[in-house]
Write a protein that binds this ligand. Structure first.
Ligand code: ADP
Ligand code: MG
Length: 340
């Protein structure tokens, strides 16, 4: 075959392979967009585990009507404009590829209205093909509708699991977003019935959202962590050793507000718990690490699940020491077991 330039739609569908694994990835990207737009409330309506419908409505800043086609174009973003911006990025998004990717593998629509607009505007996209802009009544903010995910990519569709499994993945993502943003109200419905409501309006370190998200028991026994040093701040909650789990199901780490999986931090936590947990038991924690954005590279993977620290050793030590100190207090309170 000769070398040829691929058409845009195909390029987007290839990118979708990385960004859109399943309905939960769509929910993640769209809710993150809502948060980047300053939303105070986000409504998430789902049908059939998100496969039939994902509708995300926010009350954020909205998008200018003439920019709607741009929003669904590849590498178009309002969040960065230069390499300097990228290196100091503080928004959750910056790659400008979520909307075009999602729109290329679904029946998609984007409706929005800004404060100063007289009416809202909607843009439909069908398998990556843009329709005409049309007026549509809309409150301030943005609504994205994603219907029949992967309808045009049968190979992907085959990998989707049962409705309950897909819903479970979505709920897990929402839990992790909810933990990071207790100031935002999140309302979820599935198949027309309200299933979850995170109240919102709470302070980041208030216990309320923790209880709503991970259960009252975690909130009751959790140890508050708050420590700054070496230009970093670590805060959040860690569970007492007595609350240990059989699996790693309650381990949440955020770097500058972004939920990440980080082996380095997970290892530091594990080391800190080493002497106080029984073998095979898992600690539970919700930890927020804040540091200068130029000290961490968030552009490691399209789905942004991972970050790279400039000095991972320093981060490891900082987390380890902070948690060891926090746990030392519980250890001091523990009665030594005879023979241990
Ligand atoms: P990114 O988030 O990386 O910029 P996206 O493809 O997710 O890329 O979104 C493209 C652009 O569309 C964003 O930069 C933003 O300007 C706009 N946008 C997307 N979703 C929303 C939203 N819910 N509210 C306001 N603007 C949005
Ligand atoms: Mg985005």
């Amino acid at each position: 075959m000769p070398i040829r330039q691929l058409p845009d739609i195909l390029i987007n569908q290839i990118a979708a392979g990385e960004v859109v694994e399943r309905p939960a990835s769509v929910v993640k990207e769209l809710v993150e967009n809502a948060l980047d737009a300053g939303a105070r409330r986000v409504d998430i309506d789902l049908e059939e585990g998100g496969v039939r419908l994902i509708r995300i409505r926010d009350d954020g800043l909205g998008i200018a009507a003439d920019e709607l086609p741009l929003a669904v174009s590849r590498h178009a973003t309002s969040k960065i404009a230069s390499l300097d911006d990228l290196e100091a990025v503080s928004t959750l998004g910056f790659r400008g590829e979520a909307l075009p990717s999602i729109a290329s593998v679904s029946r998609f629509s984007l409706a929005s209205r800004r404060e100063q607009d007289e009416h809202g505007t909607v843009l439909h996209v069908e398998g990556g093909k843009l329709g005409e802009l049309a007026p549509k009544p809309h409150q301030r903010g943005t609504t994205v509708e994603v219907r029949e995910l992967f309808y045009n990519v049968p190979a992907r569709r085959k990998f989707l699991r049962a409705e309950r499994t897909e819903l479970g993945h979505i709920e897990e993502w929402l839990r992790s977003l909810a933990l990071a943003r207790p100031d935002v109200e999140l309302r979820v419905s599935h198949n027309g019935r309200p299933t979850r409501r995170y109240k919102g309006g709470e302070d980041l370190d208030a216990l309320e959202r923790l209880g709503e998200t991970l259960g009252e028991e975690f909130a009751r026994q959790g140890l508050r962590v708050e420590h700054s040093g070496a230009g970093m701040r670590l805060h959040g909650w860690i569970a007492q050793p007595s609350y240990s789990r059989a699996s790693a199901d309650q381990q949440y780490v955020y770097v500058n507000g972004r939920s990440v999986r980080d082996r380095n931090i997970a290892h530091a936590v594990k080391m800190a718990y080493q002497d106080v947990l029984f073998h095979g038991r898992q600690p539970a924690y919700v930890l927020f690490l804040e540091l200068d954005p130029t000290r961490v590279d968030v552009n490691v993977h399209p789905a942004k699940h991972e970050v790279r620290f400039r000095d991972s050793r320093l981060v490891h030590d900082f987390v380890y020491r902070t948690l060891q100190d926090a746990l030392a207090e519980t250890r001091a309170g523990m009665t030594p077991q005879p023979g241990v």
